[in-house]
Design a protein. Structure first.
Length: 652
């Protein structure tokens, strides 16, 4: 699969690059041609706006239409239809151009651009969707999103060069023919991509493996982050698209026709450099989201202030140079931020909701950014480009600040549970008590020789309640303990007395390095039930199977569903747990502790047996905790639990 996705990545980048080179060259050439024959700002502005508006229909319906056809089919057909639309334009220019005045031909160009925009929007949602079938994990997803940005940056560099050459040296129809061939070439690349039959599931990793359930506030933060960032993607193009002509009109000394290509190429080159830097950082970074996109966007907005002050000098050469430098550097930064934003959008919305989110955010991007661009153009015509750019900068700054706030609120929740002082203090208090009687009894039953050197793994060790107690029980054993809270691990390391206990900041749902095998793996205090996502549950069992010796024992606990009559009635008659699929969301319940929501997945006995069987385990022993044998402190912190002792199949 590794070779396949990398081959697909090359084809994906090639297809987008080739088609975008042609389409961007056609778009830029059309705007120049329209301005050349009409001399009207509004025609150019309306072209850029109308290209987007038909897309609103597609984006609004994206969640409904995305499954009508296969992604590869749509990508192929979309580019073929685009080439046919341009072929019709070619016929019009050859046979009717002499009968049309400049305004009429400009309108035809705008209509063709709108049709292409409509087709491109349909292609775009499938470019998003196909990633579920070609990217096998989050790291690959990051590479595909970077590849998308790289493709576009390559096209933004090369398209002005082709456009300039054709615009100055050849008739306009040559640009149309060039675009037709690029569409045909890209359609072949799309057709050759190999896809998986099943969609991959990308992690929603804001809460890592704590699985703190997103409250309504967190959902609100997610939506606001996505929508505001989408608006920025729309309006940040203003200085390099419709605003570019307005800027050169403002400078007076420098002609748009002479300088626009240079400025566009310069900004696009820096954009490509930004993507390459992103690839390098991504390659060496362990994190899926290797940079903070909110900080980058805020930096972009802040840079505009420099040009505003410089332009007040009315030194047009300095104004031009600073404008080019600032916009180029902004493009570099934006190219770093955009792929990370796309990664996050896949992670915070599952596949069922992704296209609804994508459709809504794209629609809002188009509508809101279009209204802003109309506002900027109106201010430019009424006052000057300085005031239009000032308005643009202030709006961008305000939106960027909001993005920063919502991003912080969204990611700040990541460590909220274990960093909560009340929860921290509670873990600290109970860490002193040691093992439950039931825990001590079942471990001793399997490992009666306390002088032997056993290898033990304690999963979700917290602040060492079970780890240090196991060390006292088996003083000659080597114990490794892991937890997802870095604070807890630091605390435990400060207490350990020898190297026979090792603490690691590690999740059981992540990959393990090394070849150590364990006699006993224990996942105490219902820690397993905090793992909510199906993918991570399977990964947990896979890791434990690899880590466990052939004759080893894996002990875990889950909530005892029928400890009270009202609980039994709820699970059997209201939820009807025995009729639900194993990973049905109805089995996930959320409670609030000290203002923080935390989720648990509930399992019936049948569920655990089936899950164990799926991963080549058998349930060797199973029992409910004897509440009469436990001290009060145990019953205070824990409702009744069910113990499961698992062994590998085929091992006696």
């Amino acid at each position: 699969m590794k070779t396949t996705w990398k081959t697909n990545l090359i084809k994906y980048i090639s297809a987008i690059s080739v088609s975008s080179i042609g389409s961007e060259a056609f778009k830029l050439g059309s705007s120049l041609y329209i301005y050349k024959i009409t001399g009207d700002f509004w025609f150019v502005t309306m072209m850029y706006l109308l290209i987007q508006l038909p897309s609103v229909i597609v984006y609004l319906l994206s969640s409904k239409i995305i499954n009508l056809f296969k992604d590869k089919t749509i990508l192929f057909v979309s580019d073929i239809i685009s080439s046919l639309v341009l072929f019709i334009l070619l016929i019009v220019q050859f046979f009717l151009s002499e009968k049309l005045n400049s305004n009429e031909f400009s309108i035809i160009l705008i209509i063709v651009s709108c049709l292409l925009g409509f087709i491109h929007s349909y292609r775009f949602i499938h470019l998003k969707n196909i990633l579920y079938y070609v990217a096998p994990d989050e790291k690959a997803l990051s590479k595909f999103n970077l590849g998308n940005s790289l493709s576009l940056s390559i096209s933004f560099v090369l398209s002005p060069i082709f456009s300039l050459f054709i615009y100055k040296s050849l008739p306009f129809y040559c640009l149309v023919i060039f675009n037709i061939f690029t569409y045909i070439a890209s359609s072949m690349f799309y057709l050759s991509i190999k896809t998986s039959k099943l969609a991959y599931i990308f992690d929603k990793d804001f809460n890592d493996n704590i699985n703190v359930e997103k409250s309504k506030k967190i959902k609100f933060y997610s939506w606001m982050f996505i929508l505001l960032f989408s608006v920025v993607i729309g309006i940040i193009l203003y200085p390099k698209q419709s605003g570019l002509i307005q800027f050169f009109k403002y400078t007076e000394k420098y002609e748009y026709n002479e300088w626009s290509f240079f400025l566009t190429i310069c900004m696009s080159f820096f954009g490509m450099v930004g993507v390459i830097i992103g690839f390098i950082i991504s390659h060496f970074s362990k994190s899926k989201n290797y940079l903070n996109p909110a900080t980058i966007i805020l930096s972009i907005a802040t840079l505009n202030i420099v040009w505003i002050f410089i332009s007040l000098s009315r030194n047009m050469l300095v104004t031009l140079v600073v404008y080019i430098v600032i916009n180029s550097f902004q493009q570099l930064l934006f190219s770093l931020a955009l792929p990370i934003f796309y990664n996050i959008s896949y992670q915070i919305f599952d596949k069922k909701k992704f296209h609804m989110q994508n459709g809504i955010s794209l629609t809002i991007r188009i509508v809101v950014s279009s209204l802003f661009i109309i506002l900027f153009t109106w201010i430019n015509n009424l006052l000057s480009y300085f005031w239009a750019f000032l308005t643009y900068s202030l709006i961008l700054l305000v939106i960027s600040l909001l993005i920063y706030v919502f991003y912080f609120m969204l990611f700040a929740n990541k460590d909220k549970y274990y960093s909560n002082k009340n929860i921290y203090d509670r873990y600290l208090e109970y860490s002193k008590y040691g093992l439950w009687n039931s825990e001590k009894n079942i471990v001793s039953n399997y490992f009666p020789d306390r002088e032997k050197d056993f290898k033990i793994l304690d999963i979700g060790c917290g602040m060492g309640r079970t780890t240090f107690a196991l060390k006292k029980l088996y003083p000659n054993s080597q114990i490794d303990a892991i937890d997802i809270s870095e604070e807890f691990i630091q605390y435990c390391n400060s207490l350990k007395e020898n190297n026979r206990i090792k603490f690691y900041h590690q999740s059981i749902t992540s990959s393990f390095k090394g070849s150590r095998k364990y006699d006993l793996i224990i996942f105490p205090f219902n820690g397993f039930t905090n793992i909510i996502k199906e993918k991570e549950i399977h990964k947990t069992f896979q890791n434990i199977y690899k880590l466990l010796k052939n004759d080893g024992v894996f002990i875990l606990t889950t909530h005892y569903l029928y400890s009270k009559p009202e609980y039994e009635n709820y699970w059997k008659n209201i939820v009807k747990i025995d009729e639900l699929e194993l990973f049905d969301d109805k089995k996930v319940l959320t409670t609030t502790e000290f203002g923080v929501s935390i989720s648990n997945r509930f399992y019936s006995v049948k569920n655990i047996i089936n899950l164990a069987n799926t991963h080549n385990f058998v349930v060797d022993k199973m029992f409910n905790r004897n509440e009469e044998e436990e001290p009060d402190w145990v019953k205070t912190i824990s409702t009744p639990v069910t113990f499961y002792c698992l062994k590998k199949k085929g091992v006696k």
